[in-house]
Design a binder for this molecule. Structure first.
Ligand SMILES: Cc1ncc(C[n+]2csc(CCOP(=O)(O)OP(=O)(O)O)c2C)c(N)n1
Ligand SMILES: [Mg+2]
Length: 663
C-alpha cells in the first residue's frame, strides 16, 4: 500500500508521460501530434502478428482513385490497448474507475500502460463525482471506466449531475459480448436506454474497427458547445479482439471541437453581429442594468476577464448564480454575490428593480429566479418600449426562452460574444443613483450569521467566514467542494469568492455525497491547490467510503464536516411548511473522527467556540488528508430564503419570519 501511495504521489508531482508512440509490430505512419520517439507501452508477447494491409486508395464508380492516409499504428493491438492509446492521444492523464468482468480486457491493457494515474474509488458513483471534480477544476473531460450492468447503473447520478451542470465526462463502460447483447445476460442492462436521457450522446462500439473513431467522437462531443457527459459501451468481444487492418488516419486523429453552427455562414454571422449591436444599444440606454452571470462565463479561461471589463466599462453590478460563483471578484463593490433562493437580499432586489438584466451563460434555473412570471418586472416593462429588457448570451439553444422570454439573445460562447460586444459598449464612469441604491440595500440587508442559540454553540456561518479568511492568506489557490444542504448554501454565502473555478458544487441536481469524491478529483487535477470539502453530516455519510481512497493514495484533501446532527436544509422546510414535524430527518451519525481514523485519515473534533481558529489552522496546515468534525448549532436557518412560488424580492430575511423558535 505504501508503494502504491508513493507511486501515485510521484505521478502527481510530474505529469504522467503522455508522449511516445506504441511499438506496434506493424509499420507505423508518422502522425502529426505524436512524438517521433517510440516508447514501449504494452507487453507484446501475446499479440497476434497482423497481416499488413497495403491499400491506401479505393476505386470510385467513375473509375478514379481516392487516396487516403492509413494509420497502421493500431494494428495488432487489442481493443483494450487501442482504447488506452486513444486516451493517450486525447492527452488523458487520470482515469477514475472500477473493474469487473466485462471491462477486464481494458483493465488488462492498463496493467502494462504507464500513461495514466488510476484512481480506484470504493463505489462507481464516487468515480463519477471524482471525474466531475477533476473536469471542473481542469477544464478537461473527466474519464470514468467501469464494468457493465451495476458498474454502469451506479453512474447514473454523476451522469445526470454532469448533464445539468455542463460538466464534460467521457464514461466508458464494459458491456457483455455483442453476441450476448439482448439475451438478458449476466450483468447486462440496457445501458444505452437507461443513460440516453442523462448523456449528451451515447453509443455501443460493435466493431473494433470503429473503436478509435468512436472514442474520438466521445471526446469531441463532450467538449463541444455546452460541455456534458457522454458514454461509450464497450462489449467484451470488441475490447478483446485484435485489430487486423489499418484505419484511416483521419479517424484515429483527435478532432478539434465542433464549430459553433452560428458562425458557419455569412448570413448567420451578420445576424449575430446585429443582435450583439442591439444588445450594446440596450446596455448603453439602460439606467439600472444588472448582470446575472452563470457557469458559462467560467467555461473559457478568459471569461471572467471579459466579464470584469464589461462591468467596469459600463459600471454594472454583477450577481452570480451558484455555479457562476468565482467568475466575478466578490471584493469588487459592484459584486452583488449570489442571487436566488438563498441569494443576497441586495442581489435579488437589484434584479427585481433593474431595467436591464444581462444574463451571461446562465440558464434561469428556478432556484435562481423565483417565480418566473414575476421575475424582473421592471426590466420586462422596459423591454416593451425598448429602453431595457432581458438579454441572454447563451451557447445552448434549448436554454434560450425556456424559463424566461428574453428581448434579445446572442447564441454562442459567452466569452467570444462579450469580446465582440465590448467595443460597442459606451463608457459610464459612475451611476450614483443606481449604485447608491445598491449600497443602501447592502447596508440595510447585509448577509450575516444567525446568532447561535447559546454563546457556547458554534455558528456554522462563522466557521466558514473564518475559513475564508485563513485560506485567503495562503500562498496556494483554494478550491472548495461541498455536499448539498444548508452547509452548501452557507459556503456560497459566507466564503468570499474571488477566483474562477474555486467552488465545485452540485448545482442543478443537488446531489448529496458529491463533496468528498469531487474534492478527490479536484486535488488530482490540481495537486498544488488547497482543496477543502465543506460537507454536511448527512451528505458526507452518502460517500464516506471514499475517504479510504484519499488515505490509500495520500490525496491531500481536507474535509470540514459541519455536523448539526440533522438534514438541516430539510428540517428548515419542515419547520416552515410542516409545522416542525421532522419526519426522518434526524439520523444517528457515526463517530466521524473514529471513522476517519479507521480509514487512515487524521481527524479532530471541534466542539468549543474558543478552539475554532486553532482547529481550522490545524486542518489547513496538516500534512496529507485530514478531517475536522465541527459540532455546530442546530436548526440554524439559511437566510435569506425565497420560498417556492415567491418572487425574488419576497424573501424571508429574519429567522422569526419562519414562524418557529429554534429551541
Ligand atoms: C442524494 C440526495 N438525496 C436527498 C436529497 C434531499 N436533501 C437536500 S439537502 C438534504 C439534507 C442534507 O443534510 P446535510 O448533508 O447534513 O446538510 P445540512 O443541510 O445539515 O447542512 C437532503 C436530504 C438530496 N439533495 N440528494
Ligand atoms: Mg446536517
Amino acid at each position: 500500500m505504501i508503494a502504491k501511495k508513493k507511486k501515485f504521489q510521484e505521478s502527481l508531482k510530474s505529469p504522467v508521460q503522455s508522449s511516445g508512440l506504441h511499438t506496434g509490430l506493424s509499420k507505423t505512419v508518422q502522425i502529426a501530434d505524436l512524438s517521433s520517439k517510440p516508447a514501449k507501452v504494452f507487453e507484446m508477447k501475446h499479440r497476434v502478428v497482423p497481416v499488413p494491409l497495403l491499400e491506401s486508395s479505393v476505386s470510385t464508380k467513375s473509375g478514379g482513385k481516392l487516396e487516403y492516409a492509413l494509420d497502421r499504428s493500431l494494428m495488432g493491438m487489442t481493443g483494450g490497448q487501442i482504447l488506452c492509446e486513444m486516451l493517450r492521444r486525447q492527452k488523458v492523464d487520470s482515469i477514475f474507475g472500477y473493474p469487473g468482468g466485462a471491462i477486464l480486457p481494458v483493465f488488462d491493457a492498463l496493467h502494462s500502460c504507464s500513461h495514466f494515474r488510476f484512481v480506484l474509488p470504493r463505489h462507481e458513483q464516487g468515480a463519477g463525482h471524482m471525474a466531475q471534480g477533476y473536469a471542473r477544476t481542469s477544464r478537461k473531460p473527466g474519464v470514468v471506466l467501469t464494468t457493465s450492468g451495476p458498474g454502469a447503473t451506479n453512474l447514473i447520478t454523476p451522469l445526470q449531475d454532469a448533464l445539468k451542470d455542463g460538466t464534460p465526462l467521457v464514461v466508458l463502460t464494459g458491456e457483455v459480448p455483442t453476441y450476448a447483447m439482448g439475451t438478458d445476460a449476466f450483468q447486462e442492462a440496457d445501458v444505452i436506454g437507461i443513460t440516453g436521457p442523462c448523456t449528451k450522446w451515447n453509443t455501443v462500439v460493435r466493431d473494433i474497427r470503429d473503436l478509435a473513431t468512436q472514442i474520438n467522437d466521445a471526446f469531441r462531443i463532450a467538449m463541444s458547445g455546452r460541455p456534458g457527459p457522454v458514454l461509450v459501451a464497450l462489449p467484451k468481444d470488441v475490447t478483446s479482439a485484435v485489430l487486423e487492418a489499418p484505419a484511416r488516419l483521419a479517424s484515429t486523429q483527435c478532432l478539434p471541437k465542433l464549430d459553433n453552427p452560428i458562425l458557419r455562414s455569412d448570413a448567420l454571422k451578420a445576424n449575430r453581429s446585429a443582435s450583439i449591436k442591439r444588445c450594446a444599444d440596450l446596455i448603453n440606454k439602460a439606467q439600472r442594468p444588472v448582470i446575472y452571470a452563470g457557469n458559462g462565463v467560467l467555461s473559457c479561461a478568459e471569461g471572467p476577464k471579459v466579464l470584469a471589463q464589461l462591468a467596469e466599462t459600463a459600471c454594472i453590478p454583477v450577481a452570480t448564480s451558484l455555479l457562476g460563483i468565482g467568475c466575478f471578484d466578490e471584493h469588487d463593490p459592484k459584486s452583488l454575490q449570489m442571487l436566488g433562493m438563498h441569494g443576497t437580499a441586495y442581489a435579488n432586489k437589484a434584479i427585481q428593480a433593474a431595467d436591464l438584466v444581462i444574463a451571461l451563460g446562465a440558464r434561469f434555473d428556478d432556484r435562481a429566479i423565483g417565480d418566473p412570471d414575476r421575475f424582473a418586472p421592471v426590466a420586462k416593462a422596459a423591454g416593451k418600449d425598448q429602453r431595457g429588457g432581458i438579454i441572454h448570451f447563451e451557447i445552448h439553444p434549448p436554454h434560450i426562452n425556456k424559463a424566461i422570454q428574453c428581448n434579445e439573445f446572442v447564441r454562442g460562447d459567452v466569452t467570444a460574444s462579450l469580446t465582440e460586444l465590448l467595443p460597442h459598449v459606451r463608457k459610464v464612469e459612475s451611476r450614483p443613483q443606481w449604485m447608491g441604491q445598491i449600497s443602501e440595500w447592502k447596508k440595510t440587508f447585509p448577509i450575516k450569521p444567525t446568532p447561535p442559540k447559546q454563546v457556547t454553540k458554534i455558528s456554522p456561518e462563522c466557521v466558514i467566514m473564518l475559513l475564508s479568511d485563513l485560506t485567503e492568506k495562503l500562498s496556494k489557490r483554494t478550491i472548495i467542494t461541498t455536499g448539498v444542504g444548508s452547509h452548501q448554501m452557507w459556503a456560497a454565502q459566507f466564503f468570499q469568492w474571488s477566483v474562477s473555478r474555486s467552488l465545485i458544487t452540485s448545482g442543478g441536481l443537488g446531489t448529496m455525497g458529491f463533496g468528498l469524491p469531487a474534492a478527490i478529483g479536484a486535488q488530482v487535477a490540481r495537486p498544488d491547490a488547497m482543496v477543502i470539502d465543506i460537507d454536511g453530516d448527512a451528505s458526507l455519510s452518502m460517500s464516506i467510503q471514499e475517504m479510504a481512497v484519499a488515505a490509500e493514495l495520500g490525496i491531500n484533501i481536507k474535509i470540514l464536516v459541519l455536523n448539526n446532527n440533522e438534514q438541516g436544509m430539510v428540517t428548515q422546510w419542515q419547520a416552515l411548511d410542516y409545522d416542525k414535524r421532522y419526519s426522518h430527518t434526524h439520523q444517528r451519525n457515526p463517530d466521524f473522527v473514529k471513522v476517519a481514523d479507521g480509514m487512515g485519515i487524521k481527524a479532530q473534533r471541534l466542539d468549543a467556540v474558543s478552539d475554532i481558529a486553532n482547529k481550522l489552522e490545524w486542518l489547513i496546515r496538516s500534512e496529507g488528508p485530514a478531517l475536522l468534525e465541527v459540532k455546530v448549532d442546530e436548526k440554524v436557518p439559511v437566510l435569506p430564503w425565497v420560498t417556492p412560488g415567491k418572487a425574488l424580492d419576497e424573501m424571508i430575511i429574519n429567522a422569526s419570519q419562519i414562524g418557529t423558535t429554534r429551541n
